[in-house]
Design a protein around this ligand. Structure first.
Ligand code: PBG
Ligand code: ZN
Length: 323
């Protein structure tokens, strides 16, 4: 037989030689949930192995990440109900939770790459990613003003990269202008460009206490039935000055990752979301799937075209990669 593809699968060394996709630890971004309080390290019931941390825990956490060579974190602030208001004003206070967390991380490790999620849902009493009009509709353009204040305050606190996740129209251009005007022209933006209204954010909304109190996010996040629209959203963000594009979620959207990667020259990030993580973890815990399903999942996201991956699996994968 002339063609025998099995020749290249014969030994582990040959398989290593022809392997197309490899994961490197520097490609992983680890999300952190920050809460007020002291000595808090609280595991999330629906996200085993993922914790809410108070600021005094961050030095230790960062040391652990550095020991694993993880060099990128994505910060989320988790507020109590009494700290929230209709306009999310807690989000842009100079002494706000995320602002203090950024400084605490930088104090411990100046070279830790600090990416901050910029959105309103963790800070608004109604839990929407924008502010509301009197008729309870999203006020897109009023939201932009507040998002800009948040972005600038994160940059002022020392964030390296701003990651807007709100999905308001025109936010990337608006935030770029605001950052430039405030002296942060060199602070990059990692836009949640292609973000679907997905069921796979469920556990996150519990961990970040940011579920909308009424309605859903379908007037701003994308319809999961749409593919071509991802190219439109990606192009708008490129035109408005985004430095990275993102597709979110990841595993049910590998076609979208592939399309966006093929059509743009941008660094592409995929967000392996809380629901995707929870499903995998549960199946492994129950003995339904083997542990290697974690690596298979993340490799498949990379193989589809994602350059970088935000994942709650980062530590476990980093440990695997060290052996
Ligand atoms: C906030 C935000 C969400 C996620 C990241 N940023 C939730 C949402 O949009 O409802 C989801 C992350 C995950 O599920 O892991 N806008
Ligand atoms: Zn939001």
């Amino acid at each position: 037989m002339r063609h025998r593809p099995r020749r290249l699968r014969r030994t582990a060394a040959i398989r290593n030689l022809v392997r197309e996709t490899r994961l490197h630890v520097s490609e992983l971004i680890y999300p952190l949930f920050i809460v007020e309080g002291h000595q808090i390290k609280k595991e999330m019931p629906t996200l085993p192995g993922v914790y809410q941390l108070s600021i005094d825990q961050l030095a230790k956490e960062v040391q652990e990440l550095q020991a694993l060579n993880i060099e990128h974190v994505l910060l989320f602030g988790v507020l109590e109900a009494d700290e929230k208001d209709a306009h999310g004003s807690a989000a842009y206070q100079p002494e706000g939770l995320v602002q203090r967390a950024i400084r605490a991380i930088k104090m411990q490790a100046l070279d830790m790459n600090v990416i901050t999620d910029v959105c309103l849902c963790e800070y608004t009493s109604h839990g929407h990613c924008g502010v509301l009009t009197d008729e309870q509709a999203i006020d897109n353009d009023a939201s932009l003003e507040i998002l800009a204040k948040i972005a600038v305050s994160h940059a002022r606190a020392g964030a390296d990269i701003i990651a807007p996740s709100d999905m308001m129209d025109g936010r990337i251009g608006h935030l770029r202008q605001a950052l430039d005007a405030s002296g942060y022209a060199e602070i990059a933006m990692m836009s949640y460009s292609v973000k679907y209204a997905s069921n796979f954010y469920g556990p996150f909304r519990e961990a970040a206490k940011c579920a909308p109190s009424s309605g859903d996010r379908k007037t701003y996040q994308m319809d999961y039935a749409n593919g071509a629209e991802s190219l439109k959203e990606a192009q708008l963000d490129i035109d408005e000055g985004a430095d990275f594009l993102m597709v979110k979620p990841a595993l049910s959207y590998l076609d979208i990752i592939y399309r966006v990667k093929e059509k743009t020259a941008m660094p592409l990030v995929a967000y392996h979301t809380s629901g995707e993580y929870a499903m995998l973890k549960m199946a492994i815990k129950e003995g339904i799937l083997a542990e290697d399903a974690m690596m298979e999942t993340i490799i498949s996201i990379k193989r589809a075209g994602a350059d970088r991956i935000i994942t709650y699996l980062a530590k476990e994968l980093a440990r695997k990669l060290q052996t």
